[in-house]
Design a protein around this ligand. Structure first.
Ligand SMILES: [Fe+2]
Ligand SMILES: [Fe+2]
Length: 252
């Protein structure tokens, strides 16, 4: 199974959204032809109606109908109401061939901080009862600090409890965004993956505009980062679930 993990598009009429980069990124994405596209939030910058209208139109350019959760920016200015109109449920469990996706809204109206809370923790526990499929959890905010993203801010408030549920249940894959930095690290038997920004001009240093392709084959998860402007790809993670071995090339 091939998952395209994209994040932080930031559709906007100000300086955030880079349309040229978006068009190129979508072309690359469609060529890869993933089974699932997961967007981990911040589709807008201010949660405005004009931004959601733009998002509604532009998202159609992606050939696969994406699974989408909101980010902190999407909740601004009553944007949380518009998110539901455009993308539907903010929290859902969806079944794919080999994977069960638990998609959760970590964002709250007019706050940059995130949290999941007990209700969402229960949803995670419900999903993992279906043992025949690999559980993948996705939300916007990060669970642990992300290197190269500046001073720490906005880790979900209940990160400790969330991490505890994820680690003790050996959930193999967690997908996040928010920091505009592509990164991944394995803790215990879990791979925590952050996507960089797909098309927002607020990139960091030379990290550029990126998205992740995640290949899941039986007991192996591979993460490849696609650099949109350079058109380059780099396989950064090979995580073997059966022996726990994980090659991490983010540190090359
Ligand atoms: Fe963002
Ligand atoms: Fe964000």
């Amino acid at each position: 199974m091939k998952i395209a993990h994209i994040s932080d598009i930031h559709f906007n009429y100000g300086t955030d959204f880079n349309e040229k980069v978006y068009e190129k990124a979508v072309k690359l994405l469609n060529k890869i032809n993933p089974d699932l596209v997961f967007i981990s939030g911040d589709l807008t910058t201010d949660g405005l109606l004009s931004e959601y209208d733009l998002a509604r139109e532009k998202i159609k350019e992606i050939n696969v109908k994406p699974a989408v959760v909101p980010g902190n920016h999407d909740e601004r200015n009553l944007g949380f109401k518009l998110f539901r109109e455009v993308f539907g449920e903010t929290d859902f469990i969806r079944n794919y061939d080999n994977v069960i996706l638990v998609a959760l809204a970590s964002s709250e109206p007019d706050k940059d901080d995130g949290r999941l809370g007990r209700g969402r923790h229960e949803r995670i526990e419900q999903a993992i009862k279906k043992k025949n499929k690999m559980t993948v959890i996705g939300f916007h905010h990060h669970l642990i600090p992300v290197p190269n993203s500046g001073r720490e801010a906005n880790i979900i408030e209940d990160a400790g409890e969330t991490l505890d549920i994820i680690l003790k249940n050996e959930i193999p894959l967690v997908l996040m965004g928010h920091r505009h930095v592509p990164w991944a690290v394995k803790i215990h038997k879990t791979l925590l993956v952050n996507a960089g920004t797909f098309s927002c001009n607020r990139t960091r240093a030379h990290l550029g505009y990126t998205f992740n392709i995640i290949d899941i084959n039986k007991d192996k998860i591979e993460v490849t980062v696609i650099n949109v402007k350079k058109g380059e790809q780099k396989k950064v993670i090979e995580f073997n679930l059966s022996d726990g071995c994980c090659f991490n090339r983010y540190y090359d």
